[in-house]
Design a protein. Structure first.
Length: 205
């Protein structure tokens, strides 16, 4: 079986692990784009715009040995009250976010942009999943933020690690909350005329 290389234009360990669990073995090349250039966009436009920026930046400087690869850019934000909540960055902001989120629901929005470097075609799509948060206590928020986990993830939470106990329910694709929607990505691969199963690593299947 001929394997199609996937290049992941993201440094997210959760995205990488999700793709590996699905039988792929992406090469990671971080885009290094200035995300602030899209500040002010509404959540869904922001997530999609950043995904496209990342994919395009990596596709344009792809090493020769990766010629013909598919390049995937992703970006996630939590949409709450019409605002885009990305990575909080500081403990103070993370605590403030969780006090807003607890007992409520938000929409985790992930932009996906896939560039076929052989044909130069690009497909971009959004995936959305509604996330319901537990009514966590102040002590739980402080303890969670002290772990450092919520500081570097969109919406200040994870569903696949320590934050999983604080998510009571999701409506939609679980993998999208982790950072990449596998069913949507498969559809995008097909739309570019490629086969999803060609991305599987032979020794894994």
């Amino acid at each position: 079986m001929r394997v199609t290389l996937l290049v992941l234009a993201s440094q997210s360990p959760a995205r990488l692990q999700t793709l590996r669990n699905a039988g792929l073995d992406p090469v990671v090349i971080v885009s290094g784009v200035d995300e602030s250039v899209l500040d002010g966009l509404v959540p869904r436009e922001l997530a999609l715009g950043l995904a496209e920026l990342k994919a395009a930046a990596v596709a344009d400087r792809l090493p020769e040995e990766h010629a013909g690869a598919l390049v995937l850019g992703c970006d996630s934000v939590l949409e709450l009250d019409g605002r885009a909540l990305g990575k909080p960055g500081t403990p103070e902001i993370a605590v403030e976010r969780w006090k807003e989120m607890r007992g409520r629901s938000g929409v985790l929005v992930t932009g996906h942009s896939l560039v076929d470097t052989a044909s130069r075609r690009r497909v971009s799509r959004l995936a959305t999943t509604t996330v319901h948060f537990a009514d966590v206590t102040d002590d739980e928020i402080e303890a969670y933020v002290a772990t450092g986990e919520p500081l570097h993830v969109a919406g200040a939470f994870t569903v696949d690690s320590l934050g999983g106990a604080f998510v009571t329910r999701i409506e939609g694709d679980y993998h999208n909350v982790v950072g990449v929607s596998l069913p949507l990505l498969r559809e995008m691969v097909l739309e570019l005329g490629r086969r999803w199963t060609d991305l599987w690593v032979a020794e894994r299947v």
